[in-house]
Design a protein around this ligand. Sequence first.
Ligand code: DC
Length: 227
Amino acid sequence: MMTEVPVLTIDGPSGSGKGTVAARVAGELGWHVLDSGALYRLTGLAARRAGVDFADHAAVAEIARHLPVRFEGGKVLLDGEDVSLAIRTETAGNDASKVAAIPEVRAALLDWQRGYARPPGLVADGRDMGTVVFPDAPVKIFLDASAGERARRRYKQLKEKGIDVSLSGLIAEIEERDQRDRNRSVAPLVPADDALVIDSTSMEVEEVVDRVLQAVRKALPQAVPGK
Ligand code: DC
């Protein structure tokens, strides 16, 4: 496997702040980022648009295998169309969680995800980065937060975008998605045995970023630029 390229895995439930922390840490290190959730979101969106029944596992996996996706200048293009916003809706999140429970879909995305490990390093954000995709990663983080706090953060983000939702509805959705992600038979959301678990419920992003950089510095002293 690609052990020469250092990989930092950041796993955790929706809304734990993984995406923000992964981007910030990658910026500090000058490393690449893999947003693996986006691949499941794209698979769900493409399957829905193609009218494929999520119960037809082989058909959904076929879509995952041949996703016509490009990542360009912070945008996500599906078949040339900018779907950066379309993959971030609640429906897309729920669809992603459903297709992510299909073993054939996970298998279809495995090598693609591993291909993101390129020098000088990779920050891989997801649910099974440390357990399945990069089990040999030298630094693994599991970022958690209470369901209530995660719903509150999501509520604030949506409000800022002018989208009106109910907080109690969001909590229920987050709990339902967690339940599915944590209990599925393949690659469930669990911390790797060797992961550092950080509960961000009452932490600022800055603090989490510092803790993660500290862990990287400890495991890979040469990787963190002079601080
Ligand atoms: O991180 P996110 O909210 O964009 O992920 C969307 C869904 O994809 C989430 O419900 C779980 C699933 N997922 C997964 O099963 N494995 C990953 N590595 C990343 C996401």
